[in-house]
Design a protein around this ligand. Structure first.
Ligand SMILES: [Zn+2]
Length: 123
């Protein structure tokens, strides 16, 4: 395999891993846990408005409770409470802001992958 091929091969694997990370957390059943449901319901009861819209002085009802720092399977399996259930990592969002944030996260990961797998220029 030439260097360039090896590079794109690695890239593909990494990309798959990231995608897997997202769906794995939901497939792990975390969002169906009664613990999470309770905390989610409580959080959205206390923070019923989209926090991102609120910053722009828009009053909009929140639809979801989002983890500010995205969860990984490790967090779920190690029952990492400060990631899973801590108020500091939670945010009420409307559906629109949630999908914007999710897109942004994917873009960040894309950038991260670029940084990780870009070979330094040969001199
Ligand atoms: Zn919003």
């Amino acid at each position: 395999m030439r260097k360039k091929e090896r590079y794109s091969f690695k890239w593909d694997i990494k990309k798959k891993e990231y995608k897997k990370g997202y769906s794995e957390v939901s497939q792990s059943g975390f969002y169906n846990r009664s613990e999470w449901q309770k905390i989610r319901n409580y959080y959205i009861f206390i923070n019923p408005l989209c926090e991102r819209c609120k910053k722009k002085d828009i009053i909009k009802e929140a639809d979801v409770v989002d983890h500010i720092t995205p969860l990984t399977l490790d967090d779920v399996y190690s029952d990492n409470h400060s990631m899973l259930y801590d108020d500091n990592n939670l945010m009420s969002l409307c559906n629109k802001c949630h999908s914007l944030k999710t897109n942004r996260e994917q873009k960040i990961n894309h950038q991260l992958m670029n940084d990780l797998f870009t070979f330094p220029n040969k001199k």
